[in-house]
Design a protein around this ligand. Sequence first.
Ligand code: CU
Length: 626
Amino acid sequence: MSTKSRYRTSRRDFLRTVGAAGLGTAAIKLLPEYVFAGVPPKNSAAPQQLSGRLIDLQIGNTPLNMGNRVGKAVTVNGTVPGPIIRLKEGQDVTLRVTNGLSSDTSIHWHGILLPFEMDGVPGVSFAGIKPGETFAYDFPIKQSGTYWYHSHSGLQEQQGHYGPLIIDPIEPDPFEFDRDYVVVLSDWSFENPMNILGKLKKESSYYNYQRPTIKSLIAKAKKEGFTKALQERLMWERMRMDQTDFSDVTAATYTYLMNGLSPSANWTAIFKPGEKVRLRFINSGAMTFFDVRIPGLQMKVVQTDGQNVVPVEVEEFRMGPAETYDVIVEPKEDKAYTVFAETIDRSGFARGTLATETGMAAPIPARRPIPQRTMKDMGMDHGSMEGMDHSKMDGTNTVVQDESKMDHSKMNHSRMSDSDTRTDSSLNEMNHRLKVNDKSPIPWTKPVMHSEDTHGAGNSSVAMMSQSRLHEPGSGLGSDGRRVLVYTDLRSNKPYSEIKEPEREIELHLTSSMERYMWSFDGKKFSEVDGPIQFRYGEILRLTFVNDTMMEHPLHLHGMWMYLENGHGDYLPRKHTINVKPAERLSVLINADAPGRWAFHCHLLMHMEMGMFRVVEVTDRIKGDA
Ligand SMILES: [Cu+2]
């Protein structure tokens, strides 16, 4: 069958499928064409993409049908996600973006190195695009890989304003594949995002329907004894924290999408048994971490954030918002496989299918238990809690101030020996497996106590100690025998000679005040800071992130790579978005080679909106220079 006729057949089948799923004509119009059985095989024309020197994009409001409801989406060229923009490394491009909305808009080219005026962040790099106006983004393409684009205005990203950006390399990628599919994961709500944010401000756990109940307390008491169970519960409550606090926004309001399709609409990609299939996963979710697996298939991770890595075989990987992972799978059997992207809080999932024909489906895996936060996520070790005065743990800074009540010698040695041994042995094992360079050990493998400075009222949940968690798969993962990707697995496939010993170090704490749903750096919201974080043009800088909060934060730096210090020497992987776990301390190296003003922020949209945002200025002269 020719590509053309297969495409036609697939499209007809697809229409039948979505018809059965209860989607109307409006929805079909709204979907970008590439969802129709995916992108055609390699080397054939791909009609669902925009390429070339000049590309026109229209931002507008479009009704979105999902199930039997109609929502109001903000769209790029009328679809959710927007069109695949497919460019070639080495070309120049002009992207003319016209605003058909009644409010300002913008497009940020996520992960792309470009002049800062083209970066698309209103108030930082340009003025934004007014209603009715057209802005021409014009820049050379100096890189390749899987990226994406999205609005940086208001909360439009939550309303559908995002799409994939794929750049084909000049030199072929160092891995082979027969098929190439983009897989955009996202979260859709019929609620206006301002309402979602309003509810979170009133009650940060508004959407968390999974909080422990009296039933679970009794179950725990039966297992561990009533006093212990109750003490633990009271402690978490006094701290205004919640052991099931994984997602601020959940399936209570979200439908999780794969290439714009709900789980029942089942996005499907076609393969022939024995083919190598490249799947370019992009997390365009506004507030959602996805755990991705394809039961029955090993996934070979070959790229993250557009950068090639030494291939690593896994059965599952976690993606923070804005991260991308390219994997190669080789389905051998003539059958369907479920592409399953479960949310971190297990409240829902996005789902699609790899199949030899359209209309096929495989079972949807059972949802796994809701993970629980641990003492380690709070920057405490269970044993070390014994020395603490529980009555003082009222959700304020006393957690750290009470450090004086702790027996430091015991905490650092005997009481922490369990976790220490565990950490050391797993690191040793990993170092051995990966032949990590002795000269560049992973920093922060031993816990570091928090300093006296607890960042004021803007920080209510100070992790007492922080440490490297790069070798951990993350909460709720890794205990079921599956091989899960960890950050220490990521090793660049080529050395980066530009990265040398840092000349300067900056430590930045990720902070929050949960009562007020305030998210910040060093206890200060963006609106409260004096000025930008300054990088000296041309310097190599170490940026150390310390997560004082109990949630994961995907941190995104615009305009420059972050080289993750994960022990791989000259082969550090470089990323545009790095997920920092609760109570984790990690560091990145930055080559400050991009003059101008750049955004740096948490990519959880509501965290960014509430203040976990800074401007980085790369300049010849920084404050304090003579
Ligand atoms: Cu965050």
